[in-house]
Ligand binder design. Structure first.
Ligand code: FES
Length: 79
């Protein structure tokens, strides 16, 4: 599915960017700008940013529609 018509970015591109960024640095703070940079693109109109943010979070959490493998994330300690 195309999620950015200005740059022809697909949902699979977002999943692969999230996976690559997590592989490079498991503790990286993901942002839509980082996803664009990973894909070698720049936002134009910006209307896709909410959808890319939503997909980025879903893929990072390994949601049901996620097709990319994700490394284990450190557990959050309870206080
Ligand atoms: S739709 Fe993504 S920058 Fe325009």
């Amino acid at each position: 599915m195309i999620v950015c018509s200005c740059n022809m970015i697909t949902s699979q591109d977002v999943a692969e960017a999230v996976s690559a960024l997590r592989t490079e640095d498991p503790l990286v703070v993901l942002t839509p700008g980082l996803i664009y940079r990973q894909l070698g693109k720049r936002p134009s109109c910006g209307s896709c940013l909410p959808l890319i943010t939503e997909l980025m979070v879903a893929y990072d959490q390994g949601g049901p529609s996620s097709s990319a493998p994700f490394p284990h994330r450190p557990p959050v300690e309870n206080t």
